[in-house]
Design a protein around this ligand. Structure first.
Ligand code: TXA
Ligand code: MG
Length: 320
């Protein structure tokens, strides 16, 4: 059992001792350690059972701190940092040597973000170092959006989880960087492509790549429940299942009269995609925990946050 509380002094004390703490962010909960301490960073990989070729995001309390750890933000990315930090935006920036190799898996860019959560920002402000934090789930499983999710899976491996309530965005940050002078999105996430393009013009979305070993967040099968997760037209899937009512249903807003209510989850009754994003991971977990053999799910409209939700749904449905 980890201690679960909103005591940032206690969290700071563990982190100062090189230990790991679950931290709330607006996207998902993170498994945090001192980003400048190689042993703490190594422990993150161990606790998460994460391959060491998967680099970590470094969390800082304010954009002013970027220069301590990275080279200048390239001009084309500046409007994004100005507008969306703190927020669900991660920038890939050229790192300075103070960042341990293990954090970046030896890459020359480091992923940096200023999270938008009052507790974690207050914690970062009293710490003399930034926090490396991947999502606080075992590698490949669904990301946590509450302190209880973290407790269920990592509670016996870490001393404390800072409880900041349910994550408001519910999808991991959008990862953005420059390549050949162009702005690229490497992972779709809680900041939509439209919002990014409104600041910087057309961008290239690279996250369709199915198996980039340098970024397992982009692996084809990731963010996955333990049960078979089947994407399709829900009406057809239900019809095909016939009398075999051994499934749970994840829909945007539709419900099915002949299926027990406790086996179906609507992400947003009003089909609001921000609300759907917020509910996505906890709903996938809830269905995974039901007495059902498989989960049927449908894609969202490919617009706004629907694109990032669909990215997660496709990876959840992909075979390893
Ligand atoms: O919202 C989020 O980003 C959450 C919260 C806790 O901040 N964190 C998160 O971390 O989702 P994680 O470790 O689950 O996913 C980070 C992904 C990696 O899988 C990798 O794809 C990419 O970020 N990444 C990190 N550093 C990178 C780098 N230097 N170059 C390329 N990709 C990088
Ligand atoms: Mg993750």
């Amino acid at each position: 059992m980890a201690a679960i509380s909103s005591d940032i002094e206690a969290a700071a004390s563990f982190l100062n001792d090189g230990e790991l703490v679950g931290i709330p962010t607006e996207t998902v909960y993170g498994l945090a350690g001192n980003a400048l301490n190689g042993e703490a960073v190594a422990r993150i990989f161990e606790v998460k059972e994460r391959p060491s070729f998967d680099p970590l995001i470094v969390h800082i309390s304010s954009p002013d701190q970027v220069n301590s750890y990275c080279e200048e933000i390239p001009d084309p990315l500046r409007p994004l940092a100005d507008k969306y930090w703190p927020g669900p935006l991660t920038l890939l920036l050229k790192r300075k040597s103070i960042i341990p190799d293990l954090v970046t898996s030896g890459l020359d860019r480091v992923a940096v973000r200023v999270p938008s959560h009052h507790l974690t920002l207050a914690l970062l402000q009293i710490l003399p170092f930034p926090l490396a934090a991947p999502s606080a789930n075992p590698f490949g499983y669904i990301s946590p959006t509450t302190a209880m999710h973290v407790e269920e899976q990592l509670g016996d491996k870490i001393p404390m989880i800072l409880d900041g309530g349910p994550s408001k965005v519910g999808l991991e940050s959008t990862i953005v960087g420059m390549e050949d002078g162009r702005v690229c999105i490497y992972r779709l996430g809680g900041l939509s492509v439209n919002d990014i393009e409104a600041e910087v013009g057309r961008v290239e979305v690279k996250s369709h790549s199915s198996s980039n070993p340098q970024a397992p967040g982009l692996l084809k099968s990731h963010y996955a429940p333990k049960k078979p997760f089947i994407l399709g037209d829900l009406k057809e899937l239900v019809l095909e299942a016939g009398d075999q009512v051994d499934f749970g249903i994840l829909s945007l807003s539709q419900s099915f009269k002949n299926i027990p209510a406790e086996r179906q989850i609507q992400l947003s009754a009003s089909a609001n995609l921000s609300e759907a994003a917020q509910n996505l991971f906890s709903s996938m977990r809830a269905l995974d925990a039901l007495e059902v053999d498989r989960i049927f799910a449908e894609l969202m409209p490919e617009e706004g946050l629907g694109r990032a939700i669909n990215d997660r749904l496709r990876r959840a449905a992909a075979k390893a």
